[in-house]
Design a protein around this ligand. Sequence first.
Ligand code: HEC
Ligand code: HEC
Ligand code: HEC
Ligand code: HEC
Ligand code: HEC
Length: 206
Amino acid sequence: MLSMGSAASGLAVTFIVWFWFSPRHTDVGYEPLQPIAYSHKLHAGQLGLDCRYCHRLVEEGPHATVPDADTCMGCHKQVKTDSRLLPLLRANYGDGKGDNPPIPWVKVHMLPDYAYFSHAVHVRANVGCASCHGRVDQMEVVRQVEPLSMGWCLDCHRNAAPHIRPAGVKVTQMDWQPTDTSIATAEMRLNANELNPPTQCSACHR
Ligand code: HEC
Ligand code: HEC
Ligand code: HEC
Ligand code: HEC
Ligand code: HEC
């Protein structure tokens, strides 16, 4: 027998599906102005710096972390020391006291607190940065290219194989494309429950 309760929650789910899966409720294209005109296109693209040189905790923890001024000054003590774009960087660097305020970078990607996300599990499953952030190595200013909506998370969790890279392909290789073989291998690993992208509510709403 179908109770009123389950009929009502069925309605609620329909509403959620309709509302949250619709692309209006997203920040695709969000591209805030940053306090320093730092370019990923130059540093990650042309100079070829590995993403993890600056986003150090992306493999180990929930957050990828944004670098402090010391990371930048490793080079900028020598490079472009006279740049008019860099005074804020110098002001935040190295008086030895370690109590300088962090550079006020503006956060681009942001999930609400009630949704749980961890970089580490995704990076260890060898899902590339580009699957979720696009071609950051070609961006002058970082821009959100995916909706980060619940529907978006679930789309991949239900069909993750094209995003799972074979061993040996780095998550930071930005131009990687799936092949028939990589998809077939990933599907085998998913079917064997070696990898388990969850779809139950409690995995992301804890
Ligand atoms: C499965 C999707 C996914 C993958 C893969 C992914 N990210 Fe993210 N990233 C996100 C989401 C979602 C957020 C927002 C997290 C939040 O607000 O809690 C985010 C946020 C960030 C941030 C902002 C700081 C933070 O942690 O909130 C940085 C920097 C970042 N990602 C870098 C990377 C890098 C570098 C890689 C590859 C090594 C990567 N991401 C791979 C989805 C992903
Ligand atoms: C591995 C060395 C290296 C690191 C680390 C590095 N940069 Fe650079 N940066 C360079 C080089 C090389 C250039 C280009 C210099 C040129 O145009 O001749 C540059 C250029 C710049 C410019 C443009 C300066 C101008 O006047 O045109 C800015 C701004 C900048 N970097 C900011 C940063 C910030 C912020 C960080 C840390 C998040 C950082 N850089 C980390 C090497 C580095
Ligand atoms: C030299 C340091 C450096 C390198 C290398 C670097 N980043 Fe970043 N990244 C930054 C800084 C600084 C910010 C914050 C300012 C901004 O958004 O431009 C940032 C911001 C981001 C953000 C947005 C974070 C947010 O607030 O949501 C993403 C995503 C990201 N980086 C991904 C990457 C990826 C992918 C790579 C490798 C292709 C990479 N980064 C390489 C320094 C770096
Ligand atoms: C591009 C594909 C992709 C996207 C997009 C994606 N995921 Fe995942 N996610 C995966 C894969 C693959 C796994 C399985 C990892 C494993 O089993 O080792 C996973 C696993 C997880 C887990 C399980 C973690 C654990 O501790 O077992 C959570 C939670 C999760 N994802 C949350 C999210 C959220 C929240 C979003 C959206 C903001 C998201 N994912 C977007 C591919 C993705
Ligand atoms: C793979 C991760 C994931 C799973 C599984 C998941 N959600 Fe979500 N959910 C999210 C994310 C991420 C958001 C935030 C989306 C946004 O900001 O647009 C969200 C948002 C929501 C919201 C909107 C909250 C509000 O403030 O209005 C509700 C309600 C919700 N989820 C319920 C559910 C229910 C019920 C289930 C199980 C049927 C479920 N979710 C399964 C990731 C997930």
